[in-house]
Design a protein around this ligand. Structure first.
Ligand code: HEM
Length: 483
């Protein structure tokens, strides 16, 4: 057995009894071990993620199964059979760190690829779309998912007030209240980039891509009743399920595909391909299978690895880049800013965030909790004459043509918020439609009549049967709903 020490390595003589003046006496300030133990304990908590606070992570690997070099020069995708280590964190969105895994919510699906050209983060969800198309609305939207400022209770009125005033939410609302809003566990759901990203090949041609991770465990969901029961029986059921499966050697896997759109198509495609509230119909851009992802190792320490993991959509590698999607552009700022606040300016040095496939050389120095030697005596400025690291000089991507006058353009003008929501409603079949409308009505009924009526009008616009079904469950007449 090893000897218990202080943080500075001195042996601790007694970890049961504090140093006191006499057996009943007050304690002495010179008991450094006691002071250190209490002081460190006081600092054990860091801010939880403002969204996606509850999560579970695992390590694994990604393997390329198809030659994709015609579309991207990314080194980790450069050959069939090539493997890249990954860390994946699943999460719920709105709840706090101790909230139930079974809550109705989208699920986060954040993958960190430790590539030889640096870390590539794909920070997606289990849904192919999102509620919004302008990042300016994200804090407002999240406030409606969190707690009421007066009561500290979850607030269906705020949620439906916002949804009914924001028709671009319709598609994602339809997914959220469907069976897919309560997955059976993290292993039994798909993942999506949701956003459009770009791939760039060696000839400097750009393609727009969307990623799809299809679960090989099969989609399984809880019914609304099962989810409510599960939240009481085992609030950590999805975390437990993932951990147990990996411990048992039953490694979960996903088939990875992309939809690929040549750059020029974006100008003429009938949808805005950078609108995060829309999918690209597979008939237009079919799935191209490119790889498989397997999770095969649990973290050894939840806080050190899963809690301190920092994912950012801005973390891309050569051959992969962004798109004009306004939501994505907003996210490119938000994540690293959150990490600096939540983990500190040197968060990249936390082992789970450190590149594994390549070294890091730059001129960043100092700051709180600098633990990597801080560049030693090497030059801390550039250019220099002493062999410091230099830029590649290779443009990371071809120029992107951008046109337009700067203005606050109405992101709702001329957008069809209903067609894809209606198509999804018609696709899922009668029984799933019934559950969807039951789930919606069960929540919407808790709001004032004017919000119910306003929201039902959106469902009507998506599909008359959708609107009528929700109206009926709310006890509204079709005339009321149609007004
Ligand atoms: C986490 C902001 C939209 C997926 C976060 C965090 C912030 C944030 C601040 C916490 C980061 C941290 O503390 O480490 C935003 C903003 C958005 C947005 C401003 C829109 C403008 C989205 C969308 C998706 C998404 C559209 C999915 C397609 C995630 C995931 C996490 C996360 C998966 C958790 C990452 C992890 O496991 O650590 N988001 N988000 N977010 N977000 Fe977003």
């Amino acid at each position: 057995m090893s000897t218990l020490t202080t943080s500075f390595g001195q042996p601790v003589p007694d970890n049961q009894n504090s140093l006191s003046a006499g057996p009943r006496g007050p304690l002495l300030l010179q008991d450094f071990h006691l002071i250190e133990k209490l002081a460190h304990f006081n600092r054990e908590r860091i801010p939880e993620r403002v969204v996606h606070a509850k999560g579970a992570g695992a390590y694994g690997s990604f393997r390329v199964t198809r030659d994709v070099t015609a579309w991207t020069k990314a080194a980790f995708l450069s050959g069939v059979g090539k493997e890249t280590p990954v860390f994946l964190r699943f999460s719920t969105v709105g709840g706090e760190k101790g909230s139930a895994d079974a809550d109705r919510d989208p699920r986060g699906f954040a993958v960190k690829f430790y590539t030889e050209e640096g870390n590539y983060d794909l920070v997606g969800n289990n849904t192919p779309v999102f509620f919004l198309r302008d990042p300016l609305k994200f804090p407002d939207f999240i406030h409606t998912q969190k707690r009421n400022p007066a009561t500290n209770l979850k607030d269906p009125v705020a949620m439906w007030d916002f949804f009914s005033l924001s028709p671009e939410t319709m598609h994602q609302v339809t997914i959220l209240f469907s069976d897919r809003g309560t997955p059976r566990g993290y292993r039994h759901m798909d993942g999506f980039s949701s956003h459009t990203f770009s791939w760039i090949n060696a000839a400097d041609e750009r393609f727009w891509v969307k990623y799809h991770f299809k679960t090989r465990q099969g989609i399984q969901n809880l019914t609304a009743e099962q989810a409510v029961a599960m939240a009481g029986i085992d609030p950590d059921h999805a975390t437990r399920d993932l951990h147990a499966a990996i411990e048992d050697g039953d490694f979960p896997a996903w088939t990875v595909s992309v939809q690929i759109m040549p750059e020029a198509d974006a100008e003429t495609y009938h949808l805005n391909p950078f609108d995060l509230t829309k999918v690209w119909p597979h008939g237009d851009y079919p799935l191209v299978e490119i790889g498989e992802l397997v999770l095969n190792r649990n973290p050894e320490n939840f806080f050190a690895e899963t809690e301190q993991a920092a994912f950012s959509p801005a973390s891309v590698v050569p051959g992969i880049s962004f798109s004009p999607d306004k939501m994505l552009q907003g996210r490119l700022f938000a994540y690293a800013d959150a990490h600096r606040y939540r983990l500190g300016g040197n968060y990249a040095q936390i082992p789970v965030n450190t590149p594994q496939g390549c070294p890091v050389h730059n001129y960043q120095r100092d700051g709180a909790m600098r633990v990597d030697g801080n560049g030693g005596g090497r030059p801390n400025y550039e250019p220099n004459s002493f062999g410091g690291p230099a830029q590649t000089g290779i443009p990371s991507e071809p120029p992107l043509r951008i046109t337009g006058d700067a203005a606050h353009y109405d992101h709702r003008a001329g957008n069809d918020d209903y067609a894809q929501a209606g198509a999804l409603f018609r696709l899922i079949g009668a029984e799933a439609q019934d559950r969807l409308m039951d789930n919606i009505a069960g929540s919407l009924i808790k709001t004032p009549l004017f919000i119910q009526e306003r929201q039902v009008r959106h469902f009507m616009a998506a599909d008359p049967a959708y609107g009528a079904g929700v109206a009926k469950r709310l006890g509204l007449t079709v005339a009321q709903a149609a007004e």
